[in-house]
Write a protein that binds this ligand. Structure first.
Ligand code: ADP
Ligand code: MG
Length: 390
């Protein structure tokens, strides 16, 4: 038998001469493009605050708000690159550290990670918080060879997750350390509800809003990336407008637009089509929705999966699902470790927020009160296969 890997590699080389893709990387959402169209204003605003650091003044704290896929992460990384480029030229002693709060979810983890990136070894666990914070603060006593102290900008990306899990201690520590400036990125306008007022006042941040992209703006973003990713003339004319229109409906999410385009290309490639058509985009939309439902359902806590199983059973029986009926069915499934009726209400709300079910309150007529009617909003067979293969 010949080497199977070698065979595959040869095959790919042959295929790439006919592949519709030039380079798939620019379609990945981690890819940082050379320019960010329609975000010049926001980047300039960040720069206006950060510019202070070039004169050795700690910049104001900044917060970026906006829904998913509105370019917040990309804009902050872009501003970072540009700042470091000029800082390097001017020999300014500045570091900009981007922290994904989905990866570092506690104050300890964030400070330890920053220390490690700055060359201070801190164990991932075992030290007290005070020890880690002292090591961190100690870093700012050092002067570099030009006699300058370090200026640090910390980008806390998706800070809501960290605040929700570990409270606002991280902001307290960072804002009370000299030479440190924070750039918070949040998907929610109301994230400051998670911060105590004394922390809010030491944060004293400047806010920059990232509005959702419109269909035309998404078209511009996709066109730039498509040019880098696809061979010439393989996209039908209506592909980019369709991806853009669909993503504009999904709250102007550029990530979704890119996912649609990439997955349409992959479907066309799998079908050995020489062109990407609007039909491929429609299939891509189904595939993405399908995968999203599977991911949501399979990562739900067990009790919520049981609630879904109960909804599924009742739906298959053609029953109108009231919360009372749902609770009875759920108890059947859960037996001894069933949670209370009240908890089920929370679960129902969460499932509705995730878009898997919908609820509708109806009045049963005078004196009979009101009832919540629950309906499944995702595909029955998809739900069934997902629930029973987890
Ligand atoms: N103005 C833009 N120009 C080019 N690409 C963009 C632009 N805005 C967003 N993107 C791309 O869309 C994707 C999602 O953007 P991202 O910055 O991660 O959004 P957010 O952090 O707001 O959720 C990334 O791949 C990013 O490169
Ligand atoms: Mg982001």
């Amino acid at each position: 038998m010949s080497n199977v890997f070698e065979d595959l590699e040869n095959n790919w080389e042959n295929l790439s001469s006919v592949s519709i893709f030039k380079d798939k990387e620019p379609l990945d959402h981690r890819y940082l493009p050379e320019k960010l169209v329609h975000r010049e204003d926001q980047i300039r605003q960040i720069a206006r605050y950060w510019v202070d650091v070039l004169s050795d003044v700690t910049p104001s704290n900044v917060t970026l708000y906006g829904k998913t896929g509105t370019g917040k992460t990309a804009a902050s990384k872009f501003a970072r690159e540009q700042l470091l480029e000029i800082a390097n030229k001017k020999k300014v002693f500045v570091r900009v550290e981007h922290i994904r709060c989905t990866d570092y979810t506690t104050e300890y983890q964030v400070i330890a990670e920053i220390c490690n990136r700055l060359g201070r070894t801190v164990p991932n666990r075992g030290w007290t918080k005070a020890e880690v914070v002292n090591t961190f603060r100690d870093t700012f006593r050092l002067r570099n060879t030009y006699g300058k102290k370090l200026q640090l900008i910390v980008i806390l990306d998706e800070i809501d997750i960290l605040l929700d899990k570990d409270g606002d201690g991280i902001l307290y520590t960072l804002t009370r350390t000299d030479n440190v400036s924070v750039l918070c990125i949040s998907n929610y306008l109301d994230f400051k509800n998670l911060i105590k007022s004394r922390v809010k006042s030491s944060l004293n941040d400047k806010e920059i809003v990232f509005p959702p992209y419109g269909a035309n703006q998404l078209s511009d973003i996709l066109s730039e990336r498509a040019e880098l990713s696809f061979q010439d003339d393989v996209l039908d004319d209506d592909v980019i407008p369709l991806c853009s229109a669909m993503a504009a409906k999904e709250e102007g999410d550029a990530r979704y637009a890119l996912d649609l385009l990439k997955s349409a290309g992959e479907i066309a490639f799998d079908e050995e089509s020489k062109k990407v058509t609007s039909e491929h985009v429609r299939k891509a939309k189904d595939t993405i929705e399908h995968n999203k439902v599977i991911e949501i359902i399979s990562t739900l806590p067990l009790q919520q999966q049981r609630v879904l199983e109960a909804i599924l059973n009742l739906t298959k029986q053609g029953e109108e699902i009231s919360s009372g009926k749902l609770y009875d069915e759920y108890k059947e499934i859960s037996k001894k470790d069933a949670v209370t009726y009240r908890r089920i209400f929370d679960f129902i709300n969460e499932l509705e927020l995730l878009g898997i079910i919908s609820t509708n309150t109806i009045s049963r007529g005078r004196g009979k009160g009101r009832t919540n009617i629950i309906k499944l909003q995702c595909d029955e067979t998809l739900l069934e296969t997902t629930l029973y293969t987890i």
